[in-house]
Design a protein around this ligand. Structure first.
Ligand code: C2E
Ligand code: CA
Ligand code: CA
Length: 572
């Protein structure tokens, strides 16, 4: 009897112990946010634990209820889930799968562990189910940030480059063209500075949404930076041809954008186009090429579209090379002055010299000023070069006039940027003083381009110079906006008829009519006329008959080194 009681007590104690353990495991399972499913192979028994009810509105009490789980997930996840839940079929111990539920919002992660006995027969299976929706949405956001631009919702630059790369790989196999179109708003800085960045951002965003409408399987659009967008078009034909896209954009920018502030703004855009494989086979280079031509277009005026071709690339490389060399040249003072004589037409007496700068690069190549002056004007190098030219010419004149006892006019080319500097007048006067040169011996050659923006202001400054006795000459007349009517308002002494007239004056009767009317007009106004680029005796004879005062050109003398000019002056 005692023995029996003892056995009963023992059983009770063991039972209590078991209950306590079960309670402990249950509590552990309940205190996490997961649901569990346990399966015992030998008994074919299924138990659900943890937060099962928070996950599913059905019970699973046996294998027969498992299809309920498949019903809960999106169709495309059923197969992966089945493979994971029955992972023992492939003799594996573990599987993991993430499934989107039918509500298309929640994500569940199933981690399946199968335990085996020593004969490698499965004994138990534990499935842990976790809600990973929050994690997923954070990931989505990170992914969004990695691929998209927050302001416009368009692809960002990095992702665009990747997608463009995919286009190019596909185009290589399919032998197709891919067009890259860079789109840049004109005068965006003015809008941003003038109306504020909030307005600027809204405009960028609105125009971006418009461009997004082009997006398709064959067209990708991205927001590169600030007011710059880029499009890549696979096989650009028909409604996605570059011409058509350009027309559409022009149509849209023809209408104003209505901003939330009530303002309405109209914009224009400049576009640059580069094509695979013609321009390049690399994504980054294509974007670069499109950018180069876009800027080239902008330089020629706004609201343009420019297409990339090989000569443009060569020209660009050439410009960059010259620009780099030019920086060094300015630093090392690699310039020399040449002088070209000018003669009175009637008497053939020396009237003056035009100072023309020459640049010998380190390999002793002469680089023409026609090439480097425009570049120097763009990057500002013209200021140190121009200042050096002015001083060198005045110094040279002082030396020659003292050494040879001659007087003539030293004509110096002045670029618009140089002329626009505040200290320009005092700078010239200071040099005349320094080298003891009379202002009347110096002539400044300016072109009409300096008058375009501020006719009144520039004329006033010219008057100031002329009042000091310095001569002013209008260079390249006939190539700019050349209107004879403004001439009388300008305080100039001399007008140089451009070489292009002289070139055709013998062969073209309308050139003759214009040339003669220029010469007569100049005479009436009391100026002096100089013909440049005179190469033939016949041209000279004609110009004398027409009454042109001065001749400059290869016929009577090329631009020459100071040594050659010294010899010429000595012989006078
Ligand atoms: P430009 O002021 O019209 O100078 C006249 C150009 O015509 C010079 O070219 C001269 O060598 C060239 N030339 C003169 N006679 C003849 C001729 O009979 N036949 C031909 N084919 N050409 C002739 P260059 O020296 O190459 O200068 C080109 C341009 O570079 C100049 O045109 C001027 O705009 C600019 N430049 C030259 N030196 C300077 C300078 O010191 N400062 C500035 N700002 N510009 C300069
Ligand atoms: Ca000149
Ligand atoms: Ca000229």
């Amino acid at each position: 009897m005692d023995e029996m009681r003892y056995q009963m007590d023992l059983l009770k104690a063991m039972n209590q112990n078991l209950n306590r353990k079960e309670r402990m495991y249950r509590l552990i399972c309940d205190s996490v946010d997961n649901a569990f499913l346990y399966y015992a192979f030998d008994r074919d028994e299924v138990v659900t634990l943890g937060k099962w009810d928070a996950f599913f509105d059905f019970e699973v009490t046996g294998i027969k209820d498992i299809p309920n789980l498949f019903d809960a997930v999106e169709e495309s996840y059923i197969m992966p889930l089945r493979d994971a839940l029955f992972v023992e079929k492939t003799n594996q111990e573990k599987a993991c799968v993430e499934c989107l539920l039918k509500d298309r919002r929640n994500w569940l992660k199933f981690v399946v562990n199968v335990f085996y006995d020593e004969k490698h027969q499965p004994t138990d299976k534990v499935v842990c189910i976790e809600n990973i929706s929050k994690l997923k949405s954070q990931n989505d956001e990170l992914e969004y940030m990695a691929y998209y631009d927050g302001l416009t919702g368009l692809y960002n630059r990095n992702y665009f480059v990747r997608l463009l790369g995919e286009f190019l790989r596909k185009a290589e196999t399919e032998k197709c063209i891919v067009s890259v179109i860079l789109i840049d708003m004109d005068d965006f800085k003015k809008i941003n500075d003038g109306l504020g960045i909030v307005v600027g951002d809204e405009l960028v965003q609105q125009f971006g949404s418009y461009l997004k409408e082009f997006q398709s399987e064959q067209v990708i659009v991205c927001h590169m930076s600030s007011d710059v967008y880029c499009m890549a078009v696979y096989d650009p034909v028909g409604s996605r041809s570059v011409e058509h896209i350009h027309k559409q954009i022009q149509k849209r920018t023809g209408e104003p954008f209505a901003l939330s502030s009530g303002q309405s703004l109209q914009i224009t855009v400049s576009m640059g186009v580069a094509e695979y494989p013609e321009a390049s086979t690399s994504a980054l280079e294509l974007i670069n090429c499109a950018e180069i031509v876009m800027f080239k277009g902008k330089g020629m005026g706004k609201n343009t579209i420019q297409y990339f071709d090989t000569p443009i690339l060569n020209e660009f490389i050439h410009t960059v090379e010259i620009e780099n060399k030019l920086r060094e040249a300015v630093f090392q003072n690699n310039f020399i002055m040449y002088f070209q004589p000018q003669y009175f037409t009637e008497s053939r007496r020396l009237r003056g010299m035009e100072a023309l700068v020459r640049w010998k690069d380190e390999e002793n190549h002469m680089i023409s000023p026609a090439t480097f002056i425009p570049i120097a004007e763009k990057n500002g190098a013209i200021i140190p070069i121009g200042n050096w030219v002015v001083e060198q010419s005045i110094r040279q004149y002082a030396q020659w006039s003292e050494q040879y006892g001659v007087h003539f006019i030293m004509s110096i080319n002045i670029s618009a940027l140089q002329y626009g500097r505040d200290n320009f007048v005092p700078f010239i006067l200071g040099l005349l003083e320094k080298y003891k040169v009379s202002p009347s011996q110096i002539e400044l050659e300016i072109t009409e381009s300096i008058l375009i923006n501020d006719f009144e202001g520039v004329s006033a400054k010219l008057r100031q110079l002329r009042d000091c006795g310095i001569r002013i000459s209008l260079d390249d007349f006939g190539t700019g906006f050349s209107s004879l009517s403004y001439l009388k308002k300008l305080p100039i002494n001399t007008l140089k008829i451009d070489k292009s007239f002289i070139d055709t004056v013998l062969t073209d009767s309308s050139t003759r009519i214009i040339t003669e009317s220029i010469i007569n007009m100049v005479k009436t106004l009391g100026f002096e006329s100089i013909a440049e680029g005179v190469e033939q005796e016949e041209q000279l004879a004609y110009l004398r008959r027409a009454g042109c005062d001065v001749i400059q050109g290869y016929l009577l003398g090329k631009p020459q080194s100071p040594e050659e000019i010294a010899a010429l002056l000595q012989g006078l």
